[in-house]
Design a protein around this ligand. Structure first.
Ligand code: HEM
Length: 398
């Protein structure tokens, strides 16, 4: 296949940013693997559909190491340091093992009362605003995950506005220079945070990671600590922000589903699974590179560090896996979705994200019986780039 045959997703501009689902579905009708030019400019191989997408997510012949990326791609990492998401086994196994015990569903359940308190405080502030309207991203969807992850990591004071701007640019901008500048700013900031923690350790995860050695005497290098801080802070909030916003948007634009959830609040966990399936925050996960020729569904992707992207947003909307897949239905069995990935890189924070979304959306509906969208959904501005799917702002009223 030649470059000329690539589907130029970037050239589709706003149409693709607003509704990537129909673009992916049209590609899926033609087969599971496509040569595309992504909005960031690079040429990539895009995998669509559930079966091939899920298999590719777990295929360890696809590497996460940037050092293996073909220089011809012209892509650069957005994060700093070395982390789980930029390594393969066995380095990945070692890094993940050091934090796995901190993120078990049981440990996360212990956070529920705290997440509830934080949500209540945010809703108190929101409901006290004059005019009975707000941007829900600003009032709830962003500050909740940010506060939770900061508390977990022991970041007492974070310049959240600056951090949010850097993080948003680093993961969503399609301008390479802007991404590089934001990455550099954020790395300087995190280096300062890590220095503070070294001098004044607290009773928190970051201090523990700096000082703890595991049973084998393993320690994180400075580069790995930076990678871990970066990954946990960014992955720990960017995605959950969009899960809460996308989820509330789906409910407000499907009144019968909202009604069903209001009638039976016990449906909240099923509703969150359906939000993850129908409007998951990650459209295509982090980059993977070929280490040798790879046959996916009859198309052989060459080796040599070719970029492979997996359209998780499309896998979750594949009608071969989910009947009537484009329909938002909180009563369906949404299990098996790949919104948290699949395989060795399966999201470490999934239990936490589920708790935050269930508490945030559940409490919001309870406290705002007349919650409604305060804008035409067709006019919402969506995050650019193919990583995060979520609105920049979500105007609501009550
Ligand atoms: C709705 C919220 C979230 C979604 C949809 C999500 C999604 C994902 C996905 C798709 C991956 C795999 C990426 C890949 O294979 O390329 C991943 C990995 C990861 N996520 Fe999440 N995530 C969410 C929330 C969180 C939270 C709250 C945390 C941390 C507190 C977190 C920490 C991580 C980490 C550390 C990894 C890397 C795991 C590894 O490489 O072994 N995530 N996440």
């Amino acid at each position: 296949m030649t470059t000329e045959e690539a589907v130029d997703l970037g050239a589709m501009g706003d149409r693709f940013t607003r509704d990537p689902y129909s673009v992916y579905a049209a590609l899926r009708a033609r087969g599971p693997v496509h040569r595309v030019r992504i909005p960031e400019g690079a040429l990539a191989w895009l995998v669509v559909g559930y079966e091939e997408g899920r298999a590719a997510l777990a295929d360890q012949r696809l590497s996460k190491q940037w050092a293996l990326a073909s220089p011809a791609l012209g892509v650069r990492p957005v994060s700093s340091g070395r982390s789980m998401l930029s390594t393969d086994a066995p380095v990945h196994t070692r890094l993940r093992k050091l934090v796995t015990r901190e993120f078990t569903p049981r440990r996360m359940q212990q956070l529920v009362p705290r997440v509830r308190r934080m949500t209540d405080e945010l809703l108190d502030t929101m409901l006290a605003q004059p005019g009975r309207r707000t941007d829900l991203v600003e009032s709830l969807a962003f500050p909740l995950p940010m506060s939770v992850i900061c508390e977990l990591l022991g970041v007492p004071f974070l310049d959240r506005r600056a951090f949010r701007a850097w993080s948003n640019t680093a993961v969503s901008s399609i301008d390479a220079a802007a991404r590089r500048a934001a990455t550099a700013d954020m790395s300087r900031y995190l280096a300062g945070l890590l220095d503070d923690k070294r001098e004044q350790p607290g009773d928190d995860l970051m201090s523990a990671l700096i000082h703890t050695a595991d049973e084998d005497g393993d320690r994180l290098s400075a580069e790995e600590l930076m990678g871990m801080a970066w990954l946990l802070l960014v992955a720990g909030h960017e995605t959950t922000v969009s899960l809460i916003s996308n989820g509330v948007l789906a409910l407000l634009t499907h009144p019968e589903q909202l009604e069903a959830l209001r009638a039976d609040p016990g449906l909240i966990d099923d509703a969150v699974e359906e939000m993850l399936r129908y409007a998951g925050p990650i459209e295509t996960p982090t980059y993977r590179f070929t280490t040798g020729p790879l046959d996916i569904g009859g198309t052989v992707i060459p080796g040599g560090g070719e970029l492979v992207l997996i359209a998780m947003a499309d896998a979750n909307r594949d009608p071969d896996r989910y009947p009537d897949a484009d329909r938002f239905d909180i009563t369906r069995d949404a299990r098996g979705h790949v919104a948290f990935g699949h395989g060795i890189h399966y999201c470490l924070g999934a239990p936490l994200a589920r708790i935050e979304a269930a508490v945030a959306v559940g409490s919001l509906l309870e406290r705002c019986p007349e919650l409604a969208l305060d804008t035409d959904p067709d006019t919402l501005t969506w995050r650019t780039g193919m990583l995060i799917r979520g609105p920049e702002a979500l105007p609501v009223r009550w």
